[in-house]
Ligand binder design. Sequence first.
Ligand code: ADP
Ligand code: MG
Length: 366
Amino acid sequence: MAEVKLIGVWKKFEDVVAVRDINLEVRDGEFVILLGPSGCGKTTTLRMISGLEEPTKGKIYIGEKLVADSEKGIFIPPKDRDIAMVFQSYALYPHMTVYDNIAFPLKLRKIPKQEIDERVREVAEMLGLTELLKRKPRELSGGQRQRVALGRAIVRRPQVFLMDEPLSNLDAKLRVRMRAELKKLQRQLGVTTIYVTHDQVEAMTMGDKIAVMNNGALHQVGTPTEIYNKPANMFVAGFIGSPPMNFLEATVSEDGFVDFGAFRLKLLDDMFELIQEEGYVGKSVIFGIRPEDIYDALFAQVKVPGENMAKVFVDIIENLGGEKIVHLKADDLMFIAKFPPESLVKEGQEIDIVFDMKKIHIFDKT
Ligand code: ADP
Ligand code: MG
């Protein structure tokens, strides 16, 4: 097991900056998710940790070992980094049995037959593959194949697992199962894991920590709760949560209100203090609130007209069964609320809503 450390890591492909100045520390045994939209540099970052790609600039440590350093010209190849990778397209050897697929990395390392057998059976047991050891990949389901690929990574007992969207080829139901299984397995093994995904639900449910990337840069590193409750900026705020956070233009007034034109909301004292410190008073800002933090006034606990309430028009309702996504309008403002399924609001109605003022976010307009 080992820590992984990236210090000022850059990767340029000719004129494309794929990764810019990433600093990241992954603790021993931690499960860290690299999360971000397609093309933001996740795979490139992972490939630099694995040694499949050389950083243009910066240093990478795996444990105590400096595996890449652009200044000293150090670059340790993948086979000497003691890592195992699992990809989205888990290339199994089609002509080999499950047993031989899992045993393969150990055979390469000339490990004694007896030990190989013990280790393959142990891993197979862990992954529920014992009954399938004699089968060929084509005789397996997608989920079983992905498990074999995992087995092949685990059997080596590497210091670090690197996984690049390993569940994205599975159907939705299986993905949910594998998500939980993988998390459990990682806890059990306690091996440092860096897991790449663009799926915020995977990130929230699996990660001890999430590192949010966009445009090659790291925007925030934190626990899922920190990332959800205290997003560092609008990108992070908008990327986590479904439906995404509402962003509304507003002005902060000197008497501690956020003014939207159509209505105004009173800031809580400690929030107003922070906002004053940030120098937002009198300025146009972006007000952020998650759909789940807006309530139908009929069901709200704390409601004070003129402070946390607004009169709005119900535009569209999307009934998802377990919840209702309600599109609201007030003059030019449009935003979304998430109401419980028993909500009785109707399209075209005018209703009172309540904002949970403890859950609001104020962002710089730039
Ligand atoms: P992600 O995994 O987040 O989708 P990638 O790391 O694959 O993103 O890609 C980041 C950026 O780097 C993209 O703009 C991509 O086109 C570019 N890129 C990745 N690999 C190469 C390469 N080998 N040559 C040129 N550009 C590349
Ligand atoms: Mg990728």
